[in-house]
Design a protein around this ligand. Structure first.
Ligand SMILES: Cc1ncc(COP(=O)(O)O)c(C=O)c1O
Length: 441
């Protein structure tokens, strides 16, 4: 038996994810409650949620339909085995999801996170080609600065150096397209930047190098989020689609942050009018309340697996919690909330107001770029000489003190509020952020 006598509020045991643990434990920041657009801190302050938690609480906090659905489901059917058995809500949810997905994305696999959605999508892509007798297609192409979660497939196709460098040689047979950030030409663009769409033709160069017959899939975030919000230049995604189609390569959109209304359409694929073959989602699927993800695939992909004896498993993949009843109930409550309140298209109504508010910060000290699309915004700051990331981290701490939650990555501030945000809260957000930026950070 342990002889440790830690006080219940001792902070040492929990090794926190993606956190400066030593700094945090000296100056803890704890949330103890949340409602709609605001968190309540342990010291009783209200904090405006400028980031929808971690890009996931799209309908705002503690929404009654979702809370109620979870409560009811927990008392009715808590768990059903996910393999060879089912429960009604898993099927109901899949149908509801397919209804709002881009046309032709007719089948859904469940996961428990964005990272698992990515692993699932990569495995579907590899297995699809093999099922079609094209098993030499085993290469995966990602992009510099891409974020696809933290599992081995995701960090292999991802392009964020700090997420990769500690973890050995990763998956083999992976290549990366160049990123799409051209601050010299595109700084302070509103929406999709004018310059740089042609960089998509670098995919053609990679295909020429490896030969199309060896390439299974290309994976990109339609809007790169975690690297600090990079909006695709005009024509870029369309060109990727054309090249993939021409060479029989599957195109995967990682919509873990853009899915469920972030841009003003249910999915970025609809917003940009570019149809991928596979879409990964999580986060907004359950409003962040219960861990769950979903991977959408076309009928063509699904049907390629449906051969062989009927008693045989068609795809050797899945999780104990795939389609967990409580997660499905939370997702159904979330979709009901989105529908009743028009949240999957609300970002389109607010986008220009949001854009004007965001770009009004251009005159603040150290601001070197501002980027936006839908209800996403980024403010890039000049790094403090010799101390990269510190200026943005200082801004995060100051904002928290002043009652505003922002997210930072490198020296970039990223914003993605719940889609229920009102205009006067947009003003509050940018007013507070202006104070922070003017405060000698
Ligand atoms: C595009 C993208 N893919 C995957 C993930 C990973 O999701 P999770 O943290 O749920 O594993 C994220 C998380 O931010 C993401 O933004």
């Amino acid at each position: 038996m342990s002889n440790r006598l830690n006080a219940p509020n001792d902070l040492r045991a929990f090794w926190m994810p993606f956190t400066a643990n030593r700094q945090f434990k000296k100056e803890p920041r704890l949330f103890v409650g949340a409602k709609d657009m605001y968190y309540t801190t342990h010291d009783g302050r209200q904090v405006l949620d400028g980031t929808a938690g971690l890009w996931c609480v799209n309908a705002g906090h503690c929404r009654p339909k979702i809370t109620e659905a979870i409560r009811e489901q927990a008392g009715e059917l808590d768990y059903a085995p996910a393999f060879q058995l089912g429960h009604p809500k898993a099927f109901e949810l899949a149908n509801r999801l397919v209804d709002i997905a881009p046309e032709g994305m007719d089948h859904v696999l469940y996961t428990n996170s964005g990272s698992e959605s990515v692993e699932t999508a990569l495995k579907v892509a590899l297995a699809y080609h093999r099922a079609k007798g094209d098993g030499a297609r085993s290469r995966l192409i990602g992009r510099e600065r891409g974020y696809h979660g933290v599992n081995f497939g995701g960090i292999s196709v991802g392009g964020i150096v700090s997420n990769r460098k500690m973890f050995g040689s990763l998956l083999t047979g992976v290549d990366h397209m160049p990123h799409t950030h051209f601050p010299d030409k595109n700084a302070f663009s509103r929406g999709e930047p004018e310059h740089g769409g042609d960089i998509a033709s670098e995919l053609q160069r990679i295909i020429t190098l490896h030969d199309a017959s060896t390439i299974a899939a290309v994976i990109v975030e339609p809007v790169a989020g975690s690297t600090g919000v990079l909006i695709p230049p005009k024509g870029y995604l369309q060109k990727l689609r054309e090249i993939c189609t021409q060479h029989g390569i599957l195109l995967i959109f990682d919509e873990v942050i853009t899915g469920f209304g972030r841009l003003g359409a249910p999915f970025a694929a609809q917003y940009f009018d570019v149809k991928p073959d596979i879409i990964t989602t999580a986060k907004g699927l359950t409003n962040g309340v219960i861990p769950m993800g979903a991977v959408f695939v076309t009928s063509e992909i699904h049907d390629a697996f449906m051969s062989g004896p009927e008693h045989m498993i068609e795809f050797f993949h899945g999780y104990t919690y795939s389609g967990n009843p409580i997660a499905c109930a939370a997702a159904l409550g979330t979709l009901d909330t989105y529908k009743e309140e028009g949240l999957l298209t609300r970002a389109a109504e607010l986008a220009s107001y949001w854009e004007d508010g965001l770009h009004s910060l251009k005159d603040c000290p150290n601001v070197i770029d501002i980027r936006n699309v839908g209800l996403i915004g980024a403010v890039e700051l000049a790094p403090i000489a010799g101390e990269p990331t510190k200026r943005a981290f200082n801004a995060f701490l100051k904002a928290y003190e002043q009652g505003l939650l922002i997210r930072t990555t490198g020296d970039i501030i990223a914003l993605s509020p719940p889609l229920i945000i009102e205009k006067q809260q947009i003003e509050e957000l940018f007013g507070k952020l202006r104070n922070v930026l003017q405060n000698n950070i």
